[in-house]
Design a protein around this ligand. Structure first.
Ligand code: NDP
Length: 312
C-alpha cells in the first residue's frame, strides 16, 4: 500500500480530499492519504503532496519518501530547503496554463485596445481612439516555460508581434526567441507590452531594475503575473511617476497580501490584482500528482522535476 502525506493547509485539503484519492485510484495505485495533522510514521511515507505554505519544513524524518509533489508552479519557497533531498516536482497542468493564458491575453488586449479610455469615459466626448492591429503591436514575454510559451503562442495566434526570452535558447513557431543578456536588451528595447513569466531565482530577482526599466521604450506597459521580486519596486514607481512606464498591471508582490497603504494600491497607472492570474485547478492537478505517483511506483522518471541548481 502506497502512503501519501498531504501536507497543505485545510483549505487545500477541502479542495483535494475527493479528487486526489479518485485520481490516484484511476491511475491504478492503491494508496492511503494522511494529513500531516494526523498521527503518522514519517519513515513510512512514500510521497508528500506539498504546498509551500505548509508547516512541514524539515523533510529529514521522511527518509523513504520518493518525491515531494508541489501543488504550485512556483517553488522559490521550497527549492532552497536543504533537508529536502528527494526529487521535487512542480505543478504543470493544463488548468493552470489555460488560466494564465486567459489572464495574460485579457490584460494584453486591455492595453493594446486602450479599453480604459472607453470604460472610464466620463467626458461625453466623441473621440475615437483606433488602436493599431495586433500585428503592429510588439509584445515581449519574459520566460518561455510551461506558461510563458503558451502565452506567447496564444498572443501569436492573435497576430501580435511576439518576442520571447528565456535562459536557454528556445524555438517557438513564429515567435522571435532570444536568450542571454544581449537577447534581453534586444527584447526590452523593442517592447510595447512586456509580460513577465519568469520564476523567482537568484538569477531573476530584480531583473527589471532601474537600468533595465530604462532600456524599455517610453510608454511601455508591464504585466507581471510571475513573481513580485522580479521587479525593483522603487525603480518601477519612479519610472511610472516620470511617465516612462505608462502602466503596470501587477498580480504578484514582494509581500502578499500587498500591504494596505502601499503606493501600488493608489497609483493611477497601476492595476493591482490579488495573485489570481492562475490558480492550480484541483481536478486536473490531482491527475498530474496521481500520474507522478504512478510513475514513481512503476520506476519511471517523474514529470516536471525541479532543477535544484537552476532553482526552478
Ligand atoms: P517554467 O519553469 O516552465 O519556465 C520558466 C521560464 O523562465 C523558462 O523559459 C526559463 O528558461 C526562464 N528562466 C528562468 N530563469 C531565467 C533566467 N535567469 N534568465 C532568463 N530566463 C529564465 O515555469 P512556468 O512557466 O511554469 O511558471 C513561471 C512562473 O509563473 C512560476 O515560477 C511562478 O512564479 C509564476 N506563476 C504565477 C502564477 C500566478 O497566479 N500569478 C500562477 C502560476 C505560476 P529556460 O526555458 O531556458 O529554462
Amino acid at each position: 500500500m502506497t502512503k501519501v502525506l498531504f501536507s497543505a493547509p485545510d483549505s487545500n485539503w477541502d479542495e483535494y480530499k475527493e479528487v486526489l484519492p479518485r485520481a490516484i485510484a484511476e491511475a491504478g495505485v492503491t494508496a492511503t492519504i494522511t494529513r500531516d495533522s494526523d498521527a503518522h510514521d514519517p519513515e513510512a511515507v512514500d510521497y508528500i503532496v506539498y504546498a509551500p505554505s505548509s508547516t512541514l519544513q524539515d523533510f529529514r524524518p521522511y527518509s523513504q519518501c520518493k518525491a515531494v509533489l508541489n501543488l504550485w508552479a512556483g517553488v522559490e519557497g521550497i527549492v532552497g530547503n536543504e533537508t529536502l533531498t528527494m526529487p521535487l516536482a512542480r505543478m504543470v497542468d493544463y488548468g493552470l496554463t489555460e488560466g494564465m493564458v486567459e489572464w495574460c491575453v485579457g490584460h494584453v488586449l486591455r492595453h493594446h485596445l486602450g479599453m480604459d479610455a472607453d470604460i472610464c469615459r466620463d467626458d461625453q466626448e466623441w473621440v475615437p481612439h483606433v488602436p493599431p492591429l495586433a500585428r503592429d503591436r510588439k509584445v515581449c514575454v519574459l520566460g518561455l516555460g510551461a506558461l510563458g510559451r503558451a502565452v506567447a503562442v496564444s498572443l501569436r495566434k492573435l497576430n501580435f508581434d511576439v518576442t520571447g526570452w528565456s535562459r536557454t535558447q528556445k524555438a517557438v513557431k513564429k515567435v522571435r526567441c532570444l536568450s542571454g543578456d544581449a537577447g534581453l536588451k534586444a527584447a526590452l528595447a523593442s517592447s510595447e507590452i512586456v509580460v513577465l513569466l519568469l520564476p523567482l531565482t537568484s538569477g531573476t530577482e530584480n531583473l527589471l531594475d532601474e537600468e533595465r526599466l530604462g532600456m524599455l521604450p517610453k510608454g511601455v506597459v508591464i504585466i507581471n503575473p510571475g513573481r513580485g521580486p522580479l521587479i525593483d519596486d522603487d525603480a518601477l514607481l519612479a519610472a511610472l511617476d516620470r511617465g516612462h512606464i505608462e502602466h503596470a498591471t501587477l498580480d504578484v508582490f514582494r509581500i502578499e497580501p500587498l500591504p494596505k497603504g502601499h503606493r501600488y494600491w493608489t497609483h493611477p497607472n497601476v492595476t493591482v490584482t490579488p495573485h489570481l492570474a492562475s490558480d492550480t485547478r484541483p481536478d486536473s492537478a490531482a491527475r498530474v500528482i496521481a500520474e507522478n505517483i504512478r510513475r514513481g511506483e512503476a520506476g519511471e522518471p517523474f514529470l516536471h522535476l525541479v532543477d535544484r541548481v537552476a532553482g526552478y
